[in-house]
Unconditional design. Structure first.
Length: 207
């Protein structure tokens, strides 16, 4: 997936209520949380944008910010906005990731971006659960997701409607522990766990 074919969209539309503040700004390893996902995109040589609500506080970024509608507050809203942006810029696909997934890697994103089917979304599944915010979506699927948003579907149900190709844990394991790769920072406990994992990784790297 080159610049003319698709783009990484780091979705940052959540309010961060469970975390107690702006999720993108939460500190992890000396950097704002959102910068980890953006660094993975950069390491994978993939162009990236951030998609966020108008009132979400963001750090200074070196990429374009796409402002999604204020309402509804729903992860599908950000994904639809990302696909709309892709269509306007002539991109055929969006690799959607969450801003609170700090352990994504460049090789994983690069591989996922290039393994897409021409007519199907591609979504990871870990421990039997779909991971909609580690998936590649076609710009042509925007209308279907807009319909799911209007129907009030949850994100997972909306993605199931697309009949996506599944990236199994076996495939993800080529790039690391699948559970770690898909780890989300949703609340203060998750942030503490992420900091412990990051420290352990840093210590292992130094060793």
């Amino acid at each position: 997936m080159g610049p003319s074919d698709g783009i990484v969209a780091v979705l940052a539309g959540g309010r961060g209520h469970r975390l107690g503040g702006s999720k993108p700004l939460a500190e992890l390893g000396g950097r704002p949380l959102i910068c980890h996902a953006l660094a993975a995109a950069r390491d994978g040589a993939l162009p990236a944008v951030v998609v966020a609500k108008p009132d979400v506080a963001l750090p200074r970024l070196e990429c374009e910010v796409v402002v999604e509608p204020e309402l509804p507050v729903h992860p599908l809203c950000g994904l639809v906005a990302a696909l709309q942006f892709a269509q306007l810029r002539g991109h055929g696909a969006v690799l959607a990731v969450a801003c609170d997934m700090p352990f994504l890697t460049g090789p994983l994103l690069s591989w996922l971006a290039s393994c897409g089917h021409e007519r199907r979304a591609v979504v990871a599944r870990v421990e039997g659960r779909l991971q909609p915010l580690l998936g590649r979506y076609l710009a042509s699927q925007r209308a279907a997701l807009e319909g799911a948003l209007e129907d009030g579907c949850a994100l997972g149900e909306a993605v199931k409607r697309l009949d996506p190709a599944i990236v199994t844990e076996m495939k993800l394991a080529r790039f690391g522990d699948p559970r770690r790769l898909c780890f989300n920072v949703n609340d203060a406990h998750d942030l503490r766990v992420a900091r412990e994992l990051a420290r352990a990784q840093s210590s292992a790297t130094r060793a």
